[in-house]
Design a binder for this molecule. Sequence first.
Ligand code: ZN
Length: 265
Amino acid sequence: MRKKALVLFSGGQDSTTCLAWALSNFEYVETVGFDYRQRHRVELDCRGEVLAALKGGFPGWAHRLGEDRVIDLGLINDISDTGLTSDIEIEMQANGLPNTFVPGRNIMFITVAGAIAYRRGIKHLVGGMCETDFSGYPDCRDDTLKALQVTLNLGMDSRAVIHTPLMWIDKAGTWRLAQDLGGTVLVDLIIEATHTCYLGNRSRRYEWGYGCGECPACQLRAHGWAQYRLVRETQAPADVTVAANVAADRDILGDYLGGSRVSCR
Ligand code: ZN
């Protein structure tokens, strides 16, 4: 088992699954979150609840959890005008990206995490970026993350490794990975304690967790949950459904944004 990892942990479904993955693969795991005055800032409140639940419910992982920190990156809000940082309608932009894309966000996250890892003597960074994500955010692509790894190592004369366990799986696969890592207890924890909704809504409880149920993030989480449940109940081979799920995820965003379609590349 490898030694130390630093997980970019937002309090959402994806990063919680990545944290579980890190706790299964590393002897010691620290976490970092970022407060960029995001519209769904409630996700930061969920972080503590998730960490406490992991410590309380998973004895095999609890002793591996190390320091947690939240870094103030409010400057991202200062320099952005996006659907995630301002109270504006979520819509498609002329460049083919939804306005929930926050330019430079993940680049800053990885850079700051890399600096913390350097100071803490941690070689491995873990993030929930995903290229099969519906939106095609360019800073979630595998090539971007590989380039950032090279940049970090050149700029800090280090040998950091960036791990992205969700890069090539869809939302149903993320639920399935949680089941494989921590069983029903972890899946239930993700439902109850993590936050996904872009609008920060935690007033309505669905089978898949809390949210408005209507924004693209909620719809994707719900769709992934439905596909995961279908495969689990029918015992169908998981890989049969992945391509169909990704296509359906893109349709969800397209429908939400009024018929426009997006691609991952
Ligand atoms: Zn929502």
